[in-house]
Design a protein around this ligand. Sequence first.
Ligand code: URA
Length: 271
Amino acid sequence: MFLRHGASFVNDIQQELLEIVTQVRTHLEYQKALGVTVVESLAVPVSTAALVPQPVVKSVRAAEPAPQEPARKDSTVALSPPASSGTLTLVREELGECTRCKLSKGRNAIVFGEGNPEAKLVFIGEGPGQEEDQQGRPFVGAAGQLLTDIIVKGMGLKREDVYICNIVKCRPPGNRNPEPDEIEACEPFLIKQLQAIRPQVIVALGNVAVKTLLKTKAGITSLRGTWQTYQGIPLMPTFHPAYLLRTPGDKKLVWEDIKKVMAEMNKIKKG
Ligand code: URA
């Protein structure tokens, strides 16, 4: 009896050690991908950086310049109680072959969003680029590859575990920023998607996502890394992956933000 329990105890320990080794390896691979040096990498061991829950910090970092206008702590549209996973399909049906704004004229495909309809974590970008417009899927171009690396190599999740969508669902011509009337036409559908999914945490990627969701004029540089709230859901603003492709030196900052997201999700998991 004791021997049997002893063997299963050893198995448990072996399993745990295997998981730790896998996590450390994933972490180091991701650090390498981000261009973090060995010294920096070792300074942020996975055990303390990624696994220990950290408090939700709601204030803007003191070292940052004051935003022109403080971000609203919450937006105005109340999310309804948890809906069934079928609701996302209904939202897609309601969207139909949308012609509610001028972006519909130049698009190849509507990029509705994809992932787990019951995802605990949702990433929200700006709008589809050329590759996304071709495939009808969010974040599948170069910036998408970087986002996928963040999710898979950085967070140790599968892309299918999370939900990925955009502020607007049709490609703005020449990848320009979506205009206010386009955002206004599309936003009700994003709100309904979030009502259907009811994630535990939202990551807002870049200026357009942050300004739209938080109804603020404050920019991503001042808000990134600081917890905000969207309808009671913790929201972490961080740099857009397309910006990181142009400014790889800032990948380290995004990793800091993502570690906060992982810690928050761990905290929620443990109750
Ligand atoms: N950039 C975005 O904001 N969204 C995408 O889906 C792709 C690139």
